[in-house]
Design a protein around this ligand. Sequence first.
Ligand code: CAA
Length: 400
Amino acid sequence: MTSIGIHDLELATAHHVVELDRLAEYAGVDPAKYRLGLGQDQMSFPAPDEDIITMGASAALPVIERNGIDGIRTLIFATESGVDQSKAAGVSVHRLLGLPPQVRVTEFKQACYSGTAALQAAIGIVSRFPGERVLVITSDVARYALDSPGEPTQGAGAVAMLVGENPALVEIERAAGIFTADVDDFWRPNDSTTAVVDGALSMSAYLDALTGSWDDLRAQGGPEIDQIDRMLYHQPFTKMAKKGQQRLAEHTGAPLSAALTREEQAAAPAGARDTGLFTGSIYNRRLGNSYTASLYAALAALLDHDTELAGRRIGMFSYGSGSVSEFLTGVVQPGYAEHGAASRVEAALDARVPLEVAEYRELHARVLPSTEDAQTPRVTRAPFRFAGVHGQARQYERTA
Ligand code: CAA
């Protein structure tokens, strides 16, 4: 059977960064609560001329430059911070990237999970149309109300993936575990620019979904726990991955290490199996929550920093509040290390422009109405920008 999976991937983020130590100082909270309690150091924050479309196109551009457009007849854009109720964000990306008209474009939504639905749909399309490739873009801006418990778990980021036959990075295996439950843990009503969340319920729903989807993976003939070498989790904040790993260890009886930092790794009990929890958190700790992109940012971090992955199996847990989740597995391909994007991603993270808390709060409160014509200031250094609103329609342009 032909192998299908992720052939290439790229991560992009926003122009600004907020240091969580500064936010803690402003909120009168011990900075250790954010750094250790949540496992977050920073959060990306978009400039006024950035959104899910500019980040998504910026992530996809290098993928297209490296691989060309031959065989791409589908673009799926996964997001839960959509900018329009009708038009798919991917249609704007399609134009910005200069893709031909013979590409079907659509948008997938189910909270943070929909990137995984897009990946599975892409695999289905490639199975139906051998030789085709599918561009999957996950892109989100995580926004909670100012001064709410969710505030330090905001963030922004996009991961673009090219899905095709004989992938260079990760073959996605056939068995997948699924778990859906109707739960009001996190949602964003149509008339709200920020998410509504029941924090405690969201964490218990996530953990129940993890064991539910794991059990289904096993029932579908998926690998046993000791046949999985690395484990990646959706990371609303990186400590959630640690909680997930602890729950999976309890549930399966496997001695999985829950060390999330270098210090915890050094102090891990003898016999604890390191499945890459720390390595998979390297980017997310600095990006913050990127919703649909979060799991794939963890994958990017692992591929960029773990030199012993060839032939190894990765478990990936995808969770989207509301809730739908999936546990899938993939096998890393020989030669994956040639992708080596660590220096690119780290340079992009280092180049973000810091915001003081007052500046961040002002930007957070700024919402551009769709009813008035307006131009946005030119701020971003990304290859694409949101230029403003004209005739109630959002306008996008290439910056260079
Ligand atoms: N030093 C070290 N640690 C400290 C500390 C200190 N001084 N003070 C507190 N902590 C620890 C706490 O012990 C706690 O750790 P544990 O959970 O391991 O016990 C941690 O810091 C957080 O403290 P609180 O529970 O008091 O935090 P909170 O109530 O202020 O908010 C939150 C936490 C509920 C996660 C909130 O940030 C939130 O609502 N976030 C958004 C929702 C979310 O991300 N949910 C995750 C699952 S849902 C999902 O995955 C989908 C998605 O993307 C949203």
